[in-house]
Design a protein around this ligand. Structure first.
Ligand code: COA
Length: 168
């Protein structure tokens, strides 16, 4: 990488580049309307990473109403739908920064916990999620079209420590 990468929110003109990264990096591909639909519903949780003026990665998310995975109350859950970084740009912190930006965006829509599905063999992605505090909740048998299992990984939004309750 010639210079530090930057993150910014996705803009509709980025669609072609994002679709291209998705197709190069993942077997789960989608029609253009799917990307634009996610952007329409949660524009603050759809980010791209750039280096030297080129898009090198993206994250797109959805906020869904559901029952908490941490207790049986209704909550808004942030779903990381897809994240990818170009192969030549990996292991430089871009993926971690994108996931953090996506989570921040989803918190802005009221998400109080996050979840995602990841292939059981996807060690790089699992490493990133574990580093960020995600844990495996369960195995989704045959989740992917080719029959591979997924891990359902979850994380709760960390609440700020209450004032007066902080160790000095
Ligand atoms: C997952 C992905 C987005 C991560 O992007 P990235 O820019 O490489 O992520 P980062 O550089 O922030 O972090 C990578 C981490 O994985 C670790 N890692 C890399 N290869 C690994 C491996 N085989 N096993 C375990 N950890 C590994 C790195 O050491 C690094 O951790 P560190 O920061 O503690 O050193 C990227 O690998 C990717 O696009 N993969 C293809 C698409 C994909 O699988 N998306 C996720 C679908 S759920």
């Amino acid at each position: 990488m010639n210079q530090p990468f930057t993150l910014r929110k996705f803009e509709p003109d980025d669609l072609k580049q994002v679709v291209s990264i998705n197709e190069r990096c993942l077997p789960e591909n989608y029609p253009d309307q799917f990307f634009m639909g996610l952007h329409y519903h949660a524009p603050d949780a759809f980010y791209v990473a750039q280096n030297d003026g080129e898009i090198i990665g993206y994250i797109m998310c959805r906020v869904e109403r559901g029952i908490s995975g941490f207790g049986r109350m209704p909550v808004k859950k942030g779903h990381i739908v897809s994240v990818a970084v170009l192969g030549t740009m990996r292991n430089k912190g871009v993926g971690t920064a994108l996931v953090n930006a996506g989570m921040e965006g989803m918190m802005g829509y009221g998400a109080s916990e996050f979840f995602l599905e990841v292939r059981k063999t996807n060690e790089e992605a699992i490493a990133v999620y574990e580093k960020l505090g995600y844990t495996v909740r369960r195995v989704l048998r045959g989740y992917y079209r080719d029959g591979e299992d997924a891990y359902l990984m979850v994380k709760r939004v960390e609440s700020e420590p209450e004032e007066g309750n902080v160790d000095e």
